[in-house]
Write a protein that binds this ligand. Sequence first.
Ligand code: NAP
Length: 531
Amino acid sequence: MSDIETADIVIIGAGFSGLYALHKLRDHDVICFEAGAGVGGTWYWNRYPGARVDIPSMEYSYSFDDDLQQEWRWPEMFSAQPELERYVNHVADRFALRDRIRLSNGVERMRFDETANRWHVHTVKGDHVVCKYVVAATGALSAPNSPPWPGRERFQGEILHTAAWPTDGIDLTGKRVGLIGTGSTGIQLAPLLAEQAEHLTIFQRTPAFSMPSGNRPMDPEHEREWKENYPERRQKMLQSPGVSLLERSSVACSEYSEEERQQLLEEAWTSQSAFQLLLTFSDIMTNKEANDVVCEFVRGKIRSIVKDPATADLLCPKTYPIGAKRLCIDNGYFETFNRDNVALVDAKSAPIVEFTETGLRTTEADYDLDIVVTATGFDAITGAMTRIDIEGIDGRKLTDKWADGPTAWLGLVVAGFPNLLMIHGPLTPGAQAQMLMVGEWQVNLVADIIASLERDGYSRIDTTEEAEGWWAEEVDMLSRNTLHSLADSWYNAKNIEGKRGGFMIYVGGFPRFAQLNEEAIGNDFKGFVRS
Ligand code: NAP
């Protein structure tokens, strides 16, 4: 399409937040562009075997419509990707959202016309829309990271990224498979690959802490309790730091005897309640000694599960605190190493160098493989935005503005890029709080902001570098008060070589985040510039 169209609002992304934004803003003239051929964002792209949410489904679901949450039946406690995709498609149909979504049509370029106060949005299919606001629901974990190993083109086998898994799957029968990456994704995928492939070689650079998910069929009693109490429970979730109903201890580790500690950790490990382990003591994320106790407990579990002592030792994380990167949640990951057809390669001491015609080469050896699966994560938080060519006031590019790391007032608006409102932007709670409900909350905030601008006759909302500085300080101060900065991860841009930036996640807990947002808006839009 080459004609120029107009709209009030362009939404980028038809993932969970983008879809809800479309529903919430439906009284405006809205167009939603989505790069995928289907809706669902994360849960559309990440369709690798074993992909499963690590938060209970009664919680990880939309809260905006009571009929929806009462009627939908989740078959398992932690839903697998196909079920989440079915759910999000149901939502798109139920709320008649599809006719405003343009699939397989990602946004590739945007320019702000400062005279007219309009964004010009250009897509891969050549659509050109002029609109007043852009709501970027681009996802925090949606720009796949593919390390630039040379030789990809000469490899005779197939290379897959977990975040672009073929929609019709892939037959691994009789194949020698290599898996690179042992984060949340690799850890979920490994047991399934091991079952299907003839042989699986897992290339591990940094071992990960993981606890069993305890997934199981939905307990009807659990479902009934939730459905009878949904409004109160949702409210209670929003009052907790991680937007979850996990039990948080208020007792420091040092208050317990060694025996009590081990008993509490054992209870958390077998709680069938992912992440409970990190809440066993009140000071796990602030006190290195308390954290060490939990680390050693998990290392003990790994050593007791994995039969070969050398493999077990290599799988034990020793260089960073537990929880400083997102804790992985698994379904039989460590047990996988007891299989005869699985081998672990230390890609730290012998890094991967290149693809060869027949497989992968590390600094120490060659590995013959038919398929290489890269579970190498994402150019997280900023990647989905910086991969779009975004030009704000005075022709300034977002990539230049964020060259040393992202800045944004409240994680929502970027100085010099007016009328661009981000959901799950940098410096927001991200994966430190349940993203589906935080996304809904932010969409509601954005809808309120747009309504108030329209009501009061403003045509532009921006922020200042001073306000961005306040927010950067708040985020930095909070992360410095915890152990988070002691790990290299996608939280602090250190998962990708050469990527710059500080700590990009707000770890002060959702209630404080929400309160600061509401205070700023209630305080005559403090930190914003309306004109
Ligand atoms: P990730 O946590 O960033 O893990 C990427 C893995 O690839 C790491 O093991 C990393 O090693 C490795 N890697 C990257 N570059 C490499 C290189 N050049 N050589 C060797 N290894 C390399 O990414 P992810 O596993 O996709 O998870 C990202 C986030 O998505 C998670 O933290 C979580 O928030 C979310 N997620 C959630 C679920 C769930 O709900 N169950 C599932 C999957 C993902 P290093 O550690 O050494 O960098």
